[in-house]
Ligand binder design. Structure first.
Ligand code: GAL
Length: 774
């Protein structure tokens, strides 16, 4: 997907692509490196270069990024004497080793701008300033060391440190956030740079869909450049999918769509992509004045400020209205301008408004999902199944290692799997007090999911709500027998923590105490099992034995009596890849929680039974005005947090493809479907005076569903005519202009769409996109 995504980024008006480098992906085992396939960093950088774009290389190597453990490899945590992100020889030695390795690789290919390449900036550490305090003096020494170490690598282009006010020289500090216009680097000689303009937000299991409007995002960018910004990067421009076990935590979803300008599947997220493209075009057109001009500001009214950039032969102006509710008509240089609330107008020649952040001319694209139309593909998939063999752990208590204490999952499993069995047994004499009584098994857990068994019998499960208060107590009433009682607890993590000071030390899995609690009248007897002999087994049988690998033909799969709502069940089916080249998703509605693979490639964790909290979505319509935050403009509450899972076309083969699911909670696979994601309909809702384009992107516009020129109301999907309406048939004008074509472009004017007697006129159109019918 890289060349296509990078091309779309260039077409969207970007000059550079910024990327992190994930240490745990490239050095999964100490001193064993992986730069193959999708991990080929040099190939990625060269693809950017081939497209004629610059690159910004954020080595970190701490990243955050909602990525598992923030990008740190777990072996590093398990090195004796290590302390992360502080003055610690073990850590600094490893960090230097990895950073130098990346720098050397890049240098060998001559990719730094100083060598004639396209990398203009590199980053060391990541937002350390936000969390530095708890690390005390050692934190300060560490960040100074980072600066010296990076500088010693002699890359010939500047190093940056984001969110690091007063970064040690020669590092340059930069800003991250939804807005950085008010940001001022401590050193007046440091250019004002913004490494992460959050285009939306990420999603956690139990969370709702984020939306940052195109108007507000454009406002933040325009305001940054109005106020002297020099470099601005979108985080994310394309967020994509966290395949495998790469999503961080706790509880980051597999989708990392981020509501970014290019969506999870690589489609243009319209109108965001187009509205920003228009902004980039205007900003590029005034680049010289912005970088060479003298700057003056002038308050025009309580909420409107004009900023003039002036060189000897040209001036360019910004008019900003930061009031969150009041639209303003303002006179500037003898001309009247309408500046809506929370918006900025850009006048490249200080006279004509070329762009206003709140006036969107880009089309809105409404994406839909269509069922798989591959030839001979039946409506529903035919399944086979196998149970996960849990008995050796749950009945026999067999594992890999035994120790007389409870061990954190990070330390025991070394991130080899989400799953870890904790097993112990309790020997009871015939006269033990706890016999014939109901005893409570009480387990303290730091996350994220726990399933309990007594002597092979399943006693229940529990998981942390929303991944926040990850410490919770699992309590179940059990009955014990004389002799040996085996307690087997299967712990599952859902992404290791990736942010906060000392996040690397946050516990995972079961912690002490694990207790048997007997209440007899007023008396409570507690038996602490924490220092018992505990046996551990890392991973699941099906994963170790690669049930997901279709080349393992010797495995027996059962084709009748497909179990429904049965936990620890493997399901398998074959299917034909959907025809064409549109992005593909698999709809996993009906399933509980688990993991999915297509032809052995992991699609990531799934959890469609996790419903987005109803409280999160306010009923109030989403208003672009006012500061954005991750609590604003949420949608899809009460629906599965993530129902659709991306299957890149590169995972498919000709003929039969295999889908394998590991269902941990219990679910029903009979609704599972492969679908394509495509544009269903497109809309324009724009003011008079501009040229606009409607495009179905390589498919024909088949119908004009709605069109009105005057004062129409509503939003894409539910437009209505207003009181003021043009005197001609706007629908038939557009039918002639657009139907049957892949795109059409026209000027919104009274000449074209007739006379409408209202003060401000707008055109709204909704058109339908269809496939070519042969
Ligand atoms: C920043 C961090 C990014 C990402 C972002 C939120 O603090 O640098 O890596 O985690 O927050 O999406």
């Amino acid at each position: 997907m890289w060349p296509d995504l990078i091309r779309k980024a260039k077409e969207g008006g970007l000059d550079a692509v910024e990327t992190y480098v994930f240490w745990n992906a490239h050095e999964p085992v100490r001193r064993q490196y992986d730069f193959s396939g999708n991990l080929d960093l040099i190939r990625f950088l060269k693809t950017i270069q081939d497209e004629g774009l610059y690159a910004i290389l954020r080595i970190g190597p701490y990243a955050c990024a909602e990525w598992n453990y923030g990008g740190f490899p777990m072996w590093l945590h398990n090195m004796p004497g290590v302390a992360f992100r502080t003055k610690n020889d073990v850590f600094m030695n490893e960090m230097k080793n990895f950073t130098s390795l990346i720098v050397d690789m890049v240098k060998a290919e001559k990719l730094f701008a100083s060598q004639g390449g396209h990398i203009i900036l590199a980053q060391i550490e990541n937002e350390y300033g936000n969390v530095m305090k708890p690390y005390g003096e050692d934190g300060k020494s560490y960040i100074n060391w980072c600066a010296q170490m990076a500088d010693s690598l002699d890359i010939g282009v500047p190093w940056i440190m984001c969110q690091q006010a007063g970064a040690p020289k020669p590092m340059l500090e930069t800003c991250n956030g939804w807005y950085c216009d008010q940001y001022k680097p401590k050193d007046p000689d440091t250019p004002k740079m913004w490494t992460e303009n959050w285009t939306g937000w990420f999603k956690s299991w139990g969370g709702a869909d984020p939306l940052r409007t195109a108007e507000d995002l454009a406002f933040s960018v325009a305001r940054f450049f109005q106020k002297g910004g020099t470099l601005q990067n979108y985080y994310m421009y394309h967020g994509g999918t966290n395949f495998g076990r790469t999503s961080g935590g706790p509880y980051m979803t597999t989708s990392y769509d981020y509501n970014a300008p290019l969506d999870e599947y690589g489609n243009l997220n319209q109108p965001k992509w187009g509205h920003l493209k228009h902004l980039h075009d205007v900003l590029h057109s005034i680049e010289y004045t912005l970088t060479h001009g003298d700057v003056h500001t002038q308050k025009l009214d309580n909420s409107v400020t004009a900023t003039v950039y002036q060189t000897n032969d040209k001036s360019s102006c910004f008019l900003s209205n930061s009031n969150t509710t009041t639209d303003v008509n303002v006179n500037f240089g003898g001309i009247d301008y309408f500046v809506p609330a929370w918006s900025i107008s850009i006048l490249p020649d200080c006279r004509e408004e070329a762009y206003n952040t709140a006036k969107v001319y880009a089309q809105t694209s409404m994406m839909i999902k269509k069922s798989n139309k591959a030839e001979d593909e039946p409506d529903s998939l035919k399944w086979t199944w196998r149970p996960e063999l849990i008995e050796s752990a749950s009945v026999q208590g067999k594992g890999d290692v035994s120790v007389n204490r409870i061990v954190d999952q990070k330390d025991m499993a070394n991130d080899a799997s989400d799953y870890l069995w904790y097993m112990t047994s309790v020997e009871l004499a015939r006269d033990d007090l706890t016999l014939n009584e109901t005893v409570t098994l009480r387990v303290t857990d730091t996350g994220h999911v726990l399933h309990g068994f007594i002597h092979g019998k399943y006693i229940g499960s529990r998981w942390a709500k929303y991944g926040n208060n990850v410490t919770y107590v699992f309590e179940k009433n059990i009955n014990l027998s004389p002799g040996r009682n085996l307690i087997s607890l299967l712990s599952a993590t859902v992404g290791f923590k990736n942010y906060e000071a000392k996040f690397d030390l946050v516990g995972a899995g079961i912690t002490s105490p694990v207790e048997l609690v007997l209440k007899k009248g007023d008396e409570t007897i507690i038996k602490d099992l924490s220092s018992n002999k505990w046996t551990y087994k890392i991973g699941l049988d099906g994963i170790s034995n690669k049930f997901f690998d279709p080349s393992k033909s010797s495995l027996k799969w059962i084709s009748d009596q497909i179990p429904i709502n049965k936990n620890f069940t493997w399901y398998k089916t074959t299917f034909k890849a959907p025809l064409g080249n549109k992005p593909v998703v698999v709809d996993l509605l009906g399933l509980g929680k688990g993991m999915a693979w297509v032809n052995g490639h992991s699609l990531g964790r799934y959890w469609p039974s996790y419903i987005a909290n109803k409280q999160l979505c306010k009923t109030k319509a989403c208003d672009y005005r006012g500061r954005y935050s991750d609590k604003k403009c949420l949608s899809k509450c009460g629906e599965p947090t993530q129902r659709w899972y991306h299957v890149p076309r590169s995972f498919f083969e000709d003929g039969d493809n295999t889908l394998v699911l590991f269902e941990e909670f219990g679910g029903n696979p009979s609704y599972v479907q492969f679908q394509t994601v495509e544009i269903g309909s497109i809309c324009i809702n724009a003011y008079e005076g501009k040229r606009v384009e409607l495009s179905c992107h390589n498919r024909p516009i088949s119908k004009i569903e709605f069109a009105s020129f005057g004062h129409p109301q509503g939003v894409c999907g539910s437009f209505e005519k207003g009181e003021c309406e043009s005197d001609v048939d706007v629908v038939s004008i557009l039918e002639k202009e657009c139907v049957g074509k892949e795109s059409c472009s026209f000027e919104i004017s009274q000449d074209k769409f007739g006379k409408a007697y209202c003060e401000v006129r707008r055109l709204t159109v909704e058109a339908v996109c269809e496939d070519f019918i042969f």
